[in-house]
Design a protein around this ligand. Structure first.
Ligand code: ADP
Ligand code: MG
Length: 699
């Protein structure tokens, strides 16, 4: 039976509509005020909301509740408590109080804290984020929360994100007031994350320790066919995949996630899902949920969903495109060029603020997408380069040029000397050319930050983006605040011109995959951080710490803690990868080589025993080849193991991360190259795990 989408959509969400239906009017109003204006929530309101939430949850089959939060692991965390409360006579009632809704006290000692949370104070607190709706998942009412330490430092990804949204709102409202926009009382940044993923057979997955332990294949030769035919991109969905996607859509819809677009991606077995955009913190929560549901539904279909940035060498990896914009509470998209000179002025101010932000804090943006997994993609001609630049497209570029050089454009974009009501050029909605190689592209009424890895929480990159834009909007406000109304257009013109002159180096409309761009970017003085250990120290340089402190996003303690966590995370990831590789080599791959060598030698011996006339040259040659590769792989593995030990002995975490990057990764690459050379010489039945060909083309 066909599903009626409107009926199931949001079935498991304690949505605005449900709240309106279930809550007394005054309570609903008070809660709405808290959500819209960030005001304090009184306990009696919380109590009333808790009762309604519990009743609704129980009606929908929930028995438990959990504070759902996003620790620095990058995953979500939950600890379930049932609603059960025993009475005096052995009976039970189902209880849930305002206090339980608003605050939780999970034992936080096992979550990464970068040293913030001293071990004697293991408690952490979770605080309800009423701006993201509660939902039911597997019989549990999930309450989105922020997670902090006893002394109030953020231990999660959500708290800084919420702080950064507030910063943008404050700065944007101030600036808009100067433009006469008294109607705007708050702005929200919006995000639509496009999510890429791979689906492979669970049976194959189970046979690969590398996929199980690290999420990516550490060994594996290229099959005869890869992605070179471009026959997968937007190709027809295979029935089994279509069934998966169908169920995935339905499960997401039930959770109120507006899954919208789905298609095959470039690599075999690779797909993409994009939802309709939402307010940033809601989009962050929903993207985390989407990744979880993707994995869960995959299991039901005999698949495993891989979200690693580079599951297969030599084949495109997976990323996430973070579409981002700013909207006012009155419903205007501030990155929409609009139709009137006034709207254009507003647009140009916000556009230039983004340009200045991306140029001024390109290092932080790069850092926000840095991980061991994403290091395989950025700059490898499948994803944007590690150099952060902005793509504007030709039409908008003409506008920018006109402002910079005091030229004026007519309605067709031609240069005239006309000075109209505004000193800014008139222009029309940009039709936006497409450029797939830019890390940060303007796409008509939003920017698309394309460098994120597929497994990322989108919280980090958006925290940086929001904060940097808040900073530039604040600077604009400072320049314009004292200016008389009549002089405002001229002052804005000058400000825009100055901003463009200062920051246009970050604008690049060409092909980001070329070597020329790397050279050109260097000439322009743009950063090019090729790896995670290279970029992480930028988090604690003064300029960047000042930015975060000024806007109350992170304290110095929080920043240093996060820096430690990121370094630790990088080292741990590589440590697990190198150990897994060694284990596969020693326990699986070398024995396989040896068995086949043995078979060849035995065949030769039996042939010789049978008759001196039978040639054994081929067996001997093949055995010799394998024998040499065996020694080579053996030696490389010994070196990798020795270097892994050395890495472990390095106490300083930055030095350790660099050692992994500079020594252990090359060790692993050499080891892999030797093994991948031997792999095609082995018959399938000797190989201990499925090949790339089997995994990618038989799904
Ligand atoms: P493409 O593949 O061409 O980049 P898609 O249509 O797949 O584009 O995805 C575009 C994404 O951008 C969608 O998730 C969409 O909801 C989102 N988006 C559209 N407008 C905005 C906006 N104002 N703010 C944030 N995201 C937006
Ligand atoms: Mg896109």
């Amino acid at each position: 039976m066909a599903t009626k989408v409107p009926e199931i959509f949001g079935e498991y969400v304690f949505s605005d509509k449900v709240m309106r239906d279930k809550l007394p009017k005054d309570i609903y109003k008070a809660l709405r005020k808290t959500i819209d204006n960030n005001t304090h929530l009184e306990l009696d309101v919380a109590n009333a909301v808790a009762v309604a939430m519990k009743e609704w949850a129980i009606e929908h089959g929930a028995t438990h509740f959990t504070h759902w939060f996003q620790p620095l692991t990058g995953y979500t965390a939950e600890k379930h408590d049932s609603f059960i409360s025993p009475g005096a006579c052995g009976e039970i009632t189902m209880e849930f109080s305002g206090k339980e809704l608003v605050k939780g006290e999970p034992d936080a000692s096992s979550f990464p804290s970068g040293g913030i949370r001293a071990t004697f104070e293991a408690r952490g607190y979770t605080n309800w984020d009423p701006t993201s709706p509660a939902f039911i998942k597997d019989g549990t009412l999930c309450i989105p929360t922020a997670f902090c330490s006893y002394s109030g430092e953020a231990l999660d990804k959500k708290t800084p994100l919420l702080r950064s949204m507030e910063a943008v709102s404050n700065e944007a409202v101030k600036l808009l007031k100067l433009l006469g926009r008294d109607d705007v009382t708050s702005v929200k940044t919006t995000v639509g994350p496009e999510q890429e993923y791979f689906l492979i057979d669970e049976e194959d997955y189970k046979k690969r320790k590398d996929l199980i332990f690290t999420g990516r294949t550490l060994l594996g030769a290229m099959p005869p066919k890869g992605q070179e035919m471009d026959d997968h991109y937007f190709g027809a969905l295979k029935p089994r995949v279509a069934e998966y996607m169908h169920e995935l859509d339905e499960e997401l819809w039930k959770l109120g996630i507006p899954a919208k677009t789905k298609h095959n991606e470039v690599a075999p077995c690779q797909h993409e899902l994009a939802p309709v955009f939402d307010t940033t913190n809601v989009a962050v929560d929903r993207n985390q949920l989407t990744m979880e549901v993707m994995k869960k539904v995959a299991k039901k279909h005999g698949y495993v969903c891989l979200l690693h940035e580079k599951p297969f060498a030599g084949i495109n990896g997976s990323g996430k495109h973070n579409n981002w914009s700013i909207s006012t509470n009155t419903g205007d998209n501030l990155l929409d060029p609009g139709k009137t000179p006034m709207e254009n002025m507003q647009f140009l101010l916000f556009l230039s603020a983004v340009i200045a932000a991306v140029d001024g804090y390109a290092d932080l943006l790069r850092l926000s997408v840095a991980s061991a997994g994403n290091d395989h993609r950025l700059g490898a001609n499948e994803a944007p380069p590690a150099i952060i630049s902005i793509f504007l497209g030709d039409e908008l570029m003409a506008v920018i040029d006109a402002i910079e050089n005091d030229k004026f454009l007519d309605k067709k974009g031609k240069v005239t000397m006309e000075t109209g009501a505004s000193v800014l050029p008139h222009f029309f909605k940009d039709t936006t050319d497409r450029n797939r190689t830019s890390p940060f592209a303007f796409t008509g009424n939003k920017f698309e930050f394309r460098s994120l890895g597929s497994s990322f929480s989108v919280a980090g990159p958006n925290t940086v983006l929001n904060t940097a834009v808040a900073e530039e909007l604040g600077k604009f406000y400072d320049v314009l605040k004292g200016v008389a109304k009549t002089k405002l257009p001229a002052a804005i013109h000058d400000l825009l011109q100055k901003t463009i002159k200062e920051h246009k180096r970050v604008i690049f409309n060409g092909n980001g995959y070329t070597d020329e761009w790397v050279k050109e970017a260097e000439k322009r003085g743009l950063y090019n951080f090729r790896s995670t250990p290279e970029v992480l120290p930028r988090l604690i340089v003064k300029k960047n710490m000042d930015l975060f402190k000024k806007h109350h996003i992170y304290s110095e303690t929080e920043l240093k803690a996060r820096y430690e966590v990121m370094l630790e995370n990088y080292c741990k990831t590589l440590h697990i990868e190198t150990l897994t590789m060694q284990e596969m080599i020693v326990k699986e791959f070398l024995p396989a080589v040896l068995s086949y060598e043995d078979e060849l030698v035995n065949t030769a011996l039996s042939k010789q025993a049978l008759s001196k006339n039978l040639s054994t040259a081929a067996e001997e040659k093949q055995a010799d080849k394998l024998s040499k590769l065996y020694s080579k792989i053996y030696d490389l593995n010994v070196k990798d193991a020795a270097d892994t030990k050395k890495a472990q002995g390095i106490a300083d975490s930055l030095k350790q991360a660099k050692f992994y990057h500079e020594t252990v990764i090359p060790d692993m690459e050499k080891l892999r190259a030797a093994a991948d050379e031997a792999e095609p010489l082995l018959p399938d039945e000797f190989l201990p795990y499925p090949t790339y060909g089997e995994m990618l083309f038989y799904v």
